[in-house]
Design a protein around this ligand. Structure first.
Ligand code: KIV
Ligand code: ZN
Length: 382
């Protein structure tokens, strides 16, 4: 099923909301879901309906209100979960049931207390039941990153035969690194006889800081769906970040040869909306949407960017909806950066006066983290 389009499955409202300290109310969820639909994600995972009446209500409301995108509900491989999810998803224009269970020895022994065979049978039965409500079934193999590959192949073959259309290969614990995750996805596609009947999905956690790299490696390995959250929020160290994956696929289309339907120009707004509603502030140096992502403070970099932006910027800030690249004046800034900012403020001094201002600027800059416009106004008056 590998083509040149990658589906974006957003789980901000499910895995993202599992971030410690985050609780979204219904109006906030609706606003985020509308923004996700507008930006062009393909699937919204709206929640885990059986987990609480509130979650049922969220999934049901989004299923009713949000059109033009698939709405997905998470379930365990348990009859009641699937029936409740099916009920919550009823009003959706397009609905997906996301069911599954663990595949690693660790999860089988310690959490599920099932043999491999019992777990496989439970998974297959869950898929068959879910198929009675929708023909769009995603099966997750929790903790695939630490599982025995031969068992994973066996599970994939059986759940596809039972009616799964998307197979999710979660690195639940963020354990793998990119070459391993690539090989896991590619190994499944190459070794499972009916793998051409399903789409494979990357779902990575960021415990070792590799969620985005692993997801992209999975795409190279043949996955055609990526599971992401806005700003990378999620359990523990979070999930793969939507904006990083989408922009990486866009900027390096030459390498990946893949497109998504996400309108990147709205990414910054979406990131700020989610930060505001979740209270999870985006770190300044966060890739793609951080406040410093398009800011240059050293003289060498400022000189380069002012001559030609691409010297130090691979992403045009307009691509994500940021106004412009920023020249931040600090003690490491040079004459070119200072001259540029003075000109933006309407000043153009002769060389000797400028040199004088530059020296004063350096003295001020040594006492501050950033020299701002009001500091410059003071400087030019002195
Ligand atoms: O990380 C994980 O394994 C999950 C599954 C429930 C899909 O979030
Ligand atoms: Zn997860």
């Amino acid at each position: 099923m590998a083509g040149n389009h990658v589906d974006v499955f957003d789980t901000t409202l499910r895995d993202g909301e599992q971030s410690p300290g985050v609780r979204l109310n219904m109006p906030q969820k609706l606003e985020i879901a509308h923004a996700l639909q507008k930006i062009g994600v393909n699937i919204i995972e709206a929640g885990f309906p059986v987990s609480s009446p509130g979650d049922f209500e969220s999934v049901n409301t989004l299923a009713r209100e949000i059109k033009g995108v698939t709405i997905c509900g998470l379930t365990r491989a348990v009859q009641k979960d699937i029936e409740v999810a099916a009920e919550a998803l009823k009003p959706a224009e397009r609905r997906r049931i996301h069911t599954g269970l663990g595949v690693s020895e660790n999860h089988l022994q310690h959490k599920l207390k099932l043999t491999r065979e019992q777990a496989l049978e439970r998974g297959v039965n869950a898929v068959k039941l879910a198929r009675q409500y929708t023909d769009d079934i995603e099966y997750f193999m929790e903790d695939s990153g630490r599982a025995d590959k031969e068992y994973v192949y066996q599970v994939v073959e059986a759940v596809i035969a039972a009616g799964t259309t998307v197979v999710n290969v979660p690195d639940t614990t963020g354990y793998t690194f990119p070459t391993e995750y690539h090989d896991l996805i590619k190994g499944i596609i190459d070794n499972v006889p009916n793998s051409d009947k399903a789409v494979f999905s990357c779902h990575c956690h960021n415990d070792l800081g590799m969620a985005t790299a692993n997801t992209l490696a999975g795409v190279v390995g043949g996955a055609r769906q990526v599971e992401v959250t806005v700003n990378g929020i999620g359990e523990r160290a979070g999930n793969t970040s939507l904006e990083e994956v989408v922009v990486a696929l866009r900027i390096r289309e030459d390498f990946f040869g893949q497109t998504t339907t996400v309108k990147t120009e709205d990414l910054l707004n979406l990131s700020q909306l989610v930060a505001q509603h979740t209270g999870m502030i985006v770190q300044r140096n966060k890739a793609v949407v951080g406040a410093n992502a398009y800011a240059h403070s050293s003289g060498i970099h400022q000189d380069g960017v002012l001559k030609e932006r691409s010297t130090y910027e691979i992403i045009d800030p307009h691509l994500v909806g940021a106004a412009r690249s920023e020249i931040i004046l600090t003690a490491r800034s040079g004459r070119h950066g200072l001259k540029h900012r003075l000109m933006q403020l309407g000043y153009d001094f002769p060389a000797d006066r400028f040199e004088d201002i530059y020296n004063q600027f350096l003295s001020v800059a040594d006492t501050k983290t950033e020299v701002r416009d009001d500091d410059l106004q003071e400087l030019v008056k002195s």
